[in-house]
Design a protein around this ligand. Structure first.
Ligand code: ZN
Length: 395
């Protein structure tokens, strides 16, 4: 039986917006078509009323397990890392699991239907495997570039993933992971066909340590590799694999062109960018070059919420020149590409999973209004569907 969802506006993707339309969903939970309301329909029709049907948002970078450090004390990165580590040392398994659970629920209730979760504790995996949100679980690996810690991290590499989770590996960053561990990650991902997600070029301090062995990271590591972060990843054979790099605030000259050549995408986290009061990101340049861009919330340790609507509105405020359609594209299809799930989700094209939310359409009189409101005004999410099944309803 085909199920049709009627709405005031149907957004199949950022370019395809139709007034008074029906989204058809087949029995398997995939989109089977879209039509104007006057056309003939077979099957059930559910009228969702004065709403916009929007493809589920894809949060390409989160750490649900990390605690909320509050909004105070933003600014410098290295002292912030110290505060995160101190807080983490006070937490037990139950705390991590509870954070994953509440974070996943918050993401779903704000219209996110797929998430790239970077997980280092192992807590919350079983919850995510049975929770409706689609999750790419990247297992985080970090040996502090210290050979003594590498063997234990290598053992974690080979662990299996639960059946209902998409797996991936996240060697933490080029300055915090040894060459040996990066190489082991590359081998594992090649053998098991897993994608990678890596923090990269987040701060000038990272660049200073990697290339010149100076700066505030110097006391924490033994020896600088004397190369750029991207060169270190390239040497380990990582750039040829399905890879997403997170942040990318401080690329070296030529790095962005190299990413384009290798087909590597980038994730920008507007809330974290604001938290650290960072200089404006070079997003217009990324878009101009044709790089694949996604958005992420990062964690509550450096952001106030896990709401992709808020990330889009922060991004619009930071970059008023960005086209709203581009912003919505990054929050949907861009994220799907980042998670290597673009053949399955990211828009409501025929054949893809019917993952969408119904958002209050009050005041939306034109396609431009729809894009403007979705990316700027955070309209209320009233319901969320995954594979055509309603999994969340506003009470
Ligand atoms: Zn992160």
């Amino acid at each position: 039986m085909i199920e049709h969802f009627h709405s005031r506006w149907l957004v199949q993707d950022a370019q395809e917006i139709t007034p008074r339309a029906l989204l058809a969903v087949g029995q398997q939970g995939r989109v089977s078509g879209a039509s104007k309301e006057n056309g003939e329909t077979q099957g059930n029709v559910t009228d969702l009323g004065d709403v916009v049907i929007v493809p589920g948002y894809v949060n390409a970078h989160a750490h649900l397990e990390l605690p909320d450090l509050g909004q105070s004390g933003s600014g410098e990165f290295v002292p912030w890392v110290g505060r995160v580590l101190k807080r983490r040392a006070q937490l037990g398994i139950a705390d991590y699991s509870a954070q994953v659970e509440s974070g996943a629920k918050r993401a779903l209730a704000t219209g996110t239907t797929a998430l790239g979760e970077v997980n280092s504790s192992g807590c919350g995996e079983a919850f995510l495997a049975q929770f409706p949100l689609r999750t790419r679980l990247y297992r985080e690996l970090l040996d502090g570039d210290d050979g003594e810690r590498t063997p234990e991290q290598r053992r974690r590499l080979a662990l299996p993933f639960l059946e209902d989770l998409a797996g991936g590996l996240a060697p933490h960053a080029p300055h915090t992971v040894s060459d040996a561990l990066l190489e082991a990650c590359a081998r594992e991902c090649r053998a098991r066909r897993l994608p990678l997600s890596i923090h990269w070029a987040e701060t000038p301090e990272e660049r200073d340590w990697l290339s010149r062995g100076v700066g505030p990271f110097a006391p924490f590591f033994k020896r600088s590799p004397s190369c750029s972060g991207l060169q270190r990843l390239a040497r380990a054979g990582i750039l040829d694999l399905p890879l997403t790099l997170v942040h990318g605030n401080h690329p070296e000259p030529g790095d962005l062109e190299e990413l384009l050549r290798c087909g590597v995408g980038l994730v920008h986290c507007p809330g974290t960018h604001a938290y650290f009061d960072r200089p404006q990101a070079q997003l217009e340049k990324w878009a101009e070059l044709g790089l694949s861009v996604a958005l992420g919330t990062d964690s509550l340790a450096s952001n106030g919420d896990l709401d992709m609507g808020r990330e889009m509105s922060l991004l619009r405020a930071q970059h008023p020149g960005l086209d709203p359609a581009t912003v919505l594209e990054w929050a949907t299809r861009g994220g799907a590409r980042a998670l290597s799930l673009h053949n399955e989700i990211g828009d409501l094209a025929v054949g893809k999973w019917a993952d969408f939310s119904a958002v209050d359409a009050a005041g939306m009189e034109s396609e431009a209004d729809v894009l403007e409101a979705l990316t700027g005004a955070r309209p209320e999410v009233l319901g969320v569907w995954i594979a055509g099944r309603q999994v969340w309803t506003k009470q």
